[in-house]
Design a binder for this molecule. Structure first.
Ligand code: UD1
Ligand code: UDP
Length: 354
């Protein structure tokens, strides 16, 4: 069978790496995978570094559609993806998560009656002001096969009337951590850092595009960094907004350019606590037994907050500071919240039977 995989943003490269590896190692004779890179993320350290380090097969098509508004980006992707899908005539389109690339691929495939498999289906924050919420709801409602991390997203789908082909398989990002942490080669960018630090990332539109939120977060990080080194690999979106809003970043915060996956795994291993608004990093912090301050109002990964290993603070300086103090006391982490580390094998096994 021919599977057309559409990816475009950093977290999708990491998720797709796990599936592509299983296809090429175990299902080479059964599945022909064609990869399309939409170009949503395009800097070397937001894209190519993941293909090289994680040995993701080279995309057959690279669309170079990045750095645009939601509508422009999604619209241009629709136009190009339609041509590719008509030419390739795949048996299935495979999409990940909730980015504009996910939605564009799902919409295109659905109009051409190509079955869609959605990995990380059913995630909900129950807030339609978040662009990812729109992307994931719409993607789910045109998908045929749903691969969920836990029962919670599977039940979200059922509540929305989507009852068939729902598989609870665990998290492919856990597979990635287990596999790549054994072979990671961190660079001096991270190995030269001080021994004890907190790791931070920020890139969510609701934080970066709101001046007050961004100021609050950076004020909190600055205050924390007076006591403890804060290492912040800075997403290009956030860097641009800091410039636009003339927000001066405190000298004590250790700002890095975005790092590759190996460096990120090293940072996660060495950090004593994580502050983030990233979806993926929340879970990875848990995989490394690190407590996490989630600088958002909601999380899709509710198991982390339910079990007390993460806390929601929004973009509120005082809440962030209090949460750091609370979470610094946590040492016990529940096991296997998001599967057994074999999600990708389960998914490919199911796909191969279709
Ligand atoms: C996107 C996803 C978000 C995901 C994030 C992962 C959507 C709606 N959002 O957000 O769900 O969590 O990726 O990181 O799809 N930029 C660069 N170089 C790059 C990439 C981006 O400079 O390689 C800058 C550009 O100014 C661009 C901005 O960052 O306009 C935002 O990029 P975009 O892909 O639109 O959204 P993200 O914030 O990255
Ligand atoms: N990541 C990375 N380098 C960085 C920041 C993040 O490799 O500088 C990885 C991180 O470990 C996780 C993924 O990128 O695997 C998360 O992506 P991101 O936070 O951009 O998006 P989200 O998960 O919020 O959609």
């Amino acid at each position: 069978m021919k599977i057309l995989t559409v990816i475009g943003a950093r977290p999708q490269f990491i998720k797709a790496a796990t599936i592509s590896r299983i296809i090429s190692e175990q299902y080479n004779n059964v599945i022909d995978e064609v990869i399309v890179h939409t170009g949503q993320h395009y800097d070397q350290n937001m894209s190519e570094i993941f293909f090289t380090d994680m040995k993701i097969p080279k995309p057959k098509y690279s669309l170079n559609i990045g750095g645009k508004s939601h509508g422009e980006m999604t619209g241009e992707m629709l136009i190009e993806l339609e041509k590719i899908m008509l030419g390739e005539n795949p048996d299935m389109v495979l999409v990940y998560g909730d980015t504009n690339s996910t939605l564009a691929a799902a919409l295109t495939a659905s109009k051409l009656h190509i079955p869609i498999s959605h990995i990380e289906a059913g995630m909900r924050a129950f807030n339609k002001r978040i662009p990812e919420e729109i992307n994931r709801i719409l993607t789910d409602h045109v998908s045929t096969y749903f691969f969920c991390t836990t029962d919670e997203p599977a039940n979200n789908l059922r509540k929305e009337g989507l009852a068939e082909n729902i598989y609870v398989v665990g998290d492919v990002m856990y597979d990635a951590v287990l596999f790549y942490k054994k072979i990671m080669k961190p660079t001096e960018k991270v190995t030269n850092l001080p021994a004890d630090f907190y790791l931070a990332t920020i890139h969510r539109q609701e934080n970066t595009d709101d001046k007050k939120n961004l100021q609050e977060i950076f004020a909190a990080l600055e205050e924390i960094s007076l006591q403890k080194t804060v290492v912040l690999p800075l997403h290009p979106r956030t860097r641009k907004r800091l410039d636009n809003f003339d927000i001066i970043v405190g000298n004590n915060i250790t700002i890095l350019d975005p790092v590759g996956y190996f460096d990120m795994l090293y940072l996660l291993e060495k950090a004593s606590l994580v502050l983030t608004d990233s979806g993926g990093l929340q879970k990875e912090a848990y995989y490394f037994n690190k407590p996490t301050v989630i600088m958002r109002d909601q999380t899709e990964w509710v198991d982390l907050t339910d079990k007390g290993v993460a806390q929601l603070t929004g973009a509120n300086k005082n809440k962030i500071l209090t949460s750091v103090e609370d979470l610094a006391k946590i040492y016990s982490f529940p096991e296997n919240l998001y599967g057994d580390g074999h999600a990708a094998e389960k998914i490919v096994n199911i796909l191969a039977l279709e």
